[in-house]
Design a protein around this ligand. Structure first.
Ligand SMILES: C[S@@+](CC[C@H](N)C(=O)[O-])C[C@H]1O[C@@H](n2cnc3c(N)ncnc32)[C@H](O)[C@@H]1O
Length: 304
């Protein structure tokens, strides 16, 4: 049985809204993330252009934009990070093209239209962080203030998928069913029991969803214990149409243990459903997960 770990922290202290500086160092060192953003920002930023970053942290993504842009607004709410970003930017070439603004990104508009908007308030499965709330609000406010066209968004599109897995929750002999974050292809990742299925495509220039309600069916490809669902999040940071490719960032998988695991055999159909608001806690998503075997309801297939 998976224990409920519902948080008692106030919203402002919740990771995602408040990210301590040492965690920013981890993010800076994540080459798949930081390198992907660098390539995408270089690709979409026009020389002499105007760029807005929402949730600027240490200022690194704004600095990438400043290598080509004339003016970058870097909006960050945490005062300690605002100070850190200003200090780091002052030590890097063209850092003076970035204005660090201490403000809540929800509701912030730049003083004039921009060519590009960067927002990395991303969390796997779009839980915890406010990417969708911030960009939905921005899109509406921007169109009301400046009218079309909308700027280019980095990321451009995010794809969400889910997959049933058999995951070990054993740590040096100690069993603990806790949510795991596992790098794509890493050793700790469990056995996938079926191909992933996409449950949402978020196009930041179109209507942005506020919640995800999904029900789907998988046919198991292997015998195994379905004891977790893996959530996959792939960000298409920019599309390079001239070369027919995308610059993307596959985030670590979120593996959520199921309260009621089930044994399945290859060929068994199972149903999976969940429902959650974007930006909600991990626990809210976890508690909404329902997995059923449909095997008994298809006797003809079993007989065959
Ligand atoms: C995942 S970090 C990314 C930081 C930076 N863009 C980078 O890529 O390294 C998200 C940042 O958004 C900031 N943030 C969270 N909520 C915010 C809000 N409502 N307004 C402004 N900044 C916010 C956090 O303090 C954090 O620095």
């Amino acid at each position: 049985m998976t224990p409920r770990l519902a948080g008692s922290l106030p919203e402002e202290m919740y990771l995602g809204q408040y990210i301590p500086i040492h965690y920013h160092y981890n993010m800076l060192q994540d080459r798949a993330r930081t390198g992907g953003f660098r390539a995408a920002i270089e690709h979409v930023t026009p020389v002499g252009g105007r760029v807005l970053e929402l949730g600027g942290g240490t200022g690194v993504l704004s600095w990438f934009a400043a290598q080509k842009a004339e003016k970058v607004w870097c909006v960050e709410r945490n005062p300690a990070l605002v100070r850190a970003a200003r200090q780091f930017l002052d030590g890097n070439p063209r850092g003076e093209h970035v204005e660090v603004v201490q403000a809540d990104a929800r509701g912030y508009l730049p003083p004039e239209p921009v060519d590009v908007v960067i927002c990395e308030m991303l969390h796997v499965a779009m839980v915890r962080e406010k990417q969708l709330e911030v960009l939905a609000g921005f899109r509406e406010n921007y169109l009301a203030e400046f009218g079309p066209p909308l700027p280019i968004f980095v990321p451009d599109v995010t794809l969400l998928a889910v997959q049933p897995v058999e995951q070990s929750f054993c740590f040096e002999g100690y069993r603990a069913e806790v949510p795991l974050f596992v790098a794509p292809g890493a050793q700790g990742l469990g056995q996938p029991l079926a191909e992933p299925c996409a449950y949402a495509t978020i196009d930041y220039a179109s209507d942005i969803p506020k919640r995800f309600d999904w029900r789907g069916e998988f046919v198991l490809e292997h015998d195994g214990m379905v004891n977790a669902l893996a959530f996959l999040t792939r960000n298409f940071l920019a599309f390079v149409y001239s070369e027919n490719r995308a610059i993307d960032w596959m985030m670590n998988q979120l593996v959520l243990p199921l309260a009621e695991p089930l044994h399945g055999r290859a060929g068994d159909p199972i149903s999976v459903s969940f429902g959650y608001e974007a930006g909600c806690s991990l626990e809210t998503l976890q508690e909404s997960l329902v997995v059923h075997s449909l095997a008994e309801t298809v006797p003809l297939r079993r007989a065959a």
